[in-house]
Write a protein that binds this ligand. Structure first.
Ligand SMILES: [Zn+2]
Length: 150
């Protein structure tokens, strides 16, 4: 349980760092089968001029580069916000074992909302999903960010 929390804490740190860069504060970490964080990232869509540079995509790219593989079986992904449809599809394609996410995203989420990617018949690999992990803190980080920009 303590390890469990620390991985989401690391994702929260990435979300805060993203906010400091002026990016929508979402953070993610990728955890190896041995339980180590092997990639950590926050959103970098503005910095990279890349609409696909979501935290989840960035850690999957990094993890795959390290593994020399397009698949990451037995890896777990922690992300502060419910993944969008694009990221959920990437998570499935990478064969991620478990997804832990914080805040729900009724507007743009693609796991419990919208297209519910993992329940779709075309989704060939369904990870285990654990939601609401650190949701209050993840929501606060997002709210503070958007309140400050108003
Ligand atoms: Zn996404």
């Amino acid at each position: 349980m303590s390890r469990f929390k620390s991985h989401m804490d690391a994702a929260m740190d990435e979300a805060r760092a993203a906010a400091a860069r002026g990016e929508v504060p979402v953070g993610a970490v990728l955890v190896s089968p041995s339980g180590e964080i092997i990639a950590a990232a926050g959103n970098r869509t503005r910095e990279l001029n890349d609409p696909t540079a979501h935290a989840e995509v960035l850690v999957i790219r990094e993890g795959c580069a390290q593994a020399g593989s397009e698949r990451l079986p037995d890896h777990d992904l922690y992300v502060t916000l419910e993944p969008c449809p694009m990221c959920a599809t990437a998570i499935s394609a990478a064969r991620i074992r478990r997804v832990y996410y914080g805040a729900a995203d009724p507007k743009s989420g693609g796991v419990a909302h919208g297209p519910r990617i993992f329940t779709h018949p075309q989704c060939h690999h369904v990870p285990e999903v654990y939601d609401g992990i650190g949701a209050d803190e993840a929501e606060r980080i997002l709210k503070d960010f958007f309140a400050a920009r108003r």
